[in-house]
Design a protein around this ligand. Sequence first.
Ligand SMILES: [Zn+2]
Length: 502
Amino acid sequence: MTATAELMDYADVVARFDPVLGLEVHVELSTATKMFCGCANVFGGEPNSRVCPTCLGLPGALPVVNGKAVESAIRIGLALNCQIAEWCRFARKNYFYPDMPKNFQTSQYDEPIAYDGYLDVVLEDGEIFRVGIERAHMEEDTGKSLHVGGATGRIHGAEHSLLDYNRAGVPLIEIVTKPIVGAGERAPEVARAYVTALRDLLRALDVSDVRMDQGSLRCDANVSLMPKGAEEFGTRSETKNVNSLRSVERAVRYEMCRQGAVLAAGGTVVQETRHFDEATGSTSSGRRKETAEDYRYFPEPDLVPIAPAREWVEQLRTTLPELPWERRRRAQEEWGLSDAELRDLVNAGALELVAETVEAGAAPGEARSWWVSYLAQQANVRGVELGDLEITPAQVARVIALVAEGTLTNKLARQVVDGVLDGEGEPDEVVEKRGLKVVSDDSALLAAIDEALAANADVAEKIRSGKVAAAGAIVGAVMKATKGQADAKRVRELVLERCGQG
Ligand SMILES: [Zn+2]
């Protein structure tokens, strides 16, 4: 029986079945050059402008391993708590596909560079779920096919196809989990949290730009169900190239509901690859899944084995950054944040920016407030990521200091930030150029106050007769006259003094 579009209610699925997940994540490394040749490793570009005899698989061309890619693979393995192989090889995975000019992919098969690790994943409610890592191995990316003439961009319905080999040979690390069992109804959430944690980890390691939208991080989700209490895993489907975090969660959930309906109707789940449709949130049948034997793997004869010296591995271990969740835990403690505040900060992509602003001397509360409110708003208006705003944490810290010492009000400070964002220079220069200092000279303020009192004689009279609340109107007039550059509190004191209420 093949797939049907029938879905079981999610609550019924988790009442009757235990889901088992397996997640395979491909990450493109951000090395300067490709895995086995000297071609530049850059996203996009004029089609077929970054190719050479090696990555085109021309006769006689020989590959050479990119040392930096091996180094990144080892660092990823170490960060995932894996064993690092003392000796391993590349293998040829043989199959024909037009975007793969050699007719085999150079990959690793039974000798991965890293194996047997784990990644601790933090769920929404703070619970930690440990995901076992089966292996992380090195391989190369394929080129890209562009199917022209059809409505969907898929090969189905296309008139012809174009091939771009710029991506052929880009270094990839494939990270494969052990079967994830015991997640129960939280399986979709676990899947999303795992890919999120992995993305954050790879970003902290600075080995990839981890752009799911550009395909530098891609996730295949294997899902199967087994009846509650069963020991043996069910047949799995593999949903390919899910390209956003949200889609990972949706795809797993959809597959659970689809397979639940198949099994409940007495059918069998077909072992196959499936495509996830972002628009409908559903998956559709792809090709029947091959087994490893189909690929006729054999050791790559053109490459020497990789035997990373233990001293090198240990030296690389010392280069591991503080892991994202450790970093968060520390920030939460040091800055006294609630779980919700921490989550907002992380979701806004502001954690590191706030940390650097604090390091530059700002109080954590002030630093956080600037980055998650006004600066986040400006990033939104300007259509850039928070970290890409044209202002440094040190400059934000300087603005905060200017407010603290009374040179700027919060309102003026926002204008200074605007000036910095608009390329007018350092905060102090913007203050000078725009004339934004708080008017703290009492005589200048008194002149403005006298003017306002004269212009509002009735209000002045009220204040003199003891209705101090009326002073607000005069303060407002003075603030307007000084273009907001006066300290409102000081103006109020002076108004009351002037009216004999001081
Ligand atoms: Zn090349």
